[in-house]
Ligand binder design. Sequence first.
Ligand code: PLP
Length: 470
Amino acid sequence: MTPDNTVSDTTGAGRAGSHDLQDVAKRNLWLHFTRMSAYGASDVPVIVRGSGVYVYDNHGKRYLDGLSGLFVSQVGHGRTEIAEAAARQASELAYFPLWSYAHPRAVELAGRLAELTPGDLNRVFFTTSGSEAVESAWKLAKQYFKLTGQPARYKVISRDIAYHGTSMGALAVTGLADIKYPFEPMTPGGVRVPNTNFYRAPGFAAGSLEDFGTWAADEIERAILREGPESVAAVYVEPVQNSGGCFPPPPGYFERVREICTRHGVLLVSDEVICAFGRLGYYFGSSRYGYQPDIITFAKGLTSGYAPLGGMAVSDALMEPFLSGQSTFLHGVTFAGHPVSAAVALANLDIFEKEDLLGNVRANEGAFRATLEKLLDLPIVGDVRGDGYFYGIELVKDKATRETFSDDESERLLRGFLSQALFDAGLICRADDRGDPVVQLAPPLICTQEHFDEMERILREVLTEAWGRI
Ligand SMILES: Cc1ncc(COP(=O)(O)O)c(C=O)c1O
């Protein structure tokens, strides 16, 4: 039980007053992927409101939201028209399941998404999160192959360091050993192949981007052949791999991956939990790079975070075996396609259209890149990479040799200094060392040059200080 914190104030602290919030947060709240010991002596950061590309903490301090929360807030914060759509829906029909029933907003949203997805991805299965979407795609692949006479196909191939979620199935697709180890044994079937990090390409493939892409795609085929094609159900790829710091695909890579999957009867799942809904200037990242997936998984930006919602869009061919007789996809979750979330998603997509947010990203992405590339004059900045409004900045100890930091230095640099210093300087972004140390940026799609300049200025100050501390 918590004490009764009824003190109210104007900082957005709500039932708990601003002072009590700290106490209660430290006593009762468990933050995700967070070393809670870090808050023994220091405050838990508490964000209380947002407006446009900025958010504010409980002391009234302003931060540029350079990560859209967690790759989520595409249209920015404080959009009352989305809040109103949510309120209208909650009054009309707050909840009904998609188990055997439909409700109007889920129907409308499925229809709208089917128009936006590439090719024949016309069937939408909703979830509440990205992990559920990734896991649903795997379950669908397994059941589809059982129904179509290939019951041995259950394995999934994904790329080194790729993050695909945390539930046990999604974790088996994820390529990050450190976050899997405590939960072993894993769901069987996860197979790893190289990612498209050209900055860290092995020597024999580092000569040209095209050759590197061919090699990386062919590694997928080698894995399929090694495992036995009859045992492989799906290949999971993100259009731009997030974890490791934004690896865009080399030219021709996805074309080749598509050919390989088709040749071996393996499903191509495009995990667009981050890369859909404008992050790369298109509704779907696969459209930007011109490949046709069999399944797209999505979440995050679909609602810009005004309510949780995820899902997968599936090809007509995959749906086909479920359209006759007694076949049923034996899978579902209570809150998937929640009416309020679906209404929110529709209002969010209305804003995309009204304000031409895809156009804004396409018009400004070059300027975003050019502004971030100014940082390459700093000795600590080894690489700036990404596309659209999605960038990673790799930090190195030695630019000439591309030497990275030791685990100890990384710990001191990222956890001991950078994350807090960037936050203190008013920029929310992500300092991460899931692969090599990177700072990641994925700002709301409404950002323009003034915001790019603000990000660059803060990064320059903080990275300069970080270099001085090494
Ligand atoms: C590519 C990708 N897939 C899946 C997930 C899992 O999504 P969620 O956190 O909504 O479960 C994420 C989350 O960041 C992601 O980036």
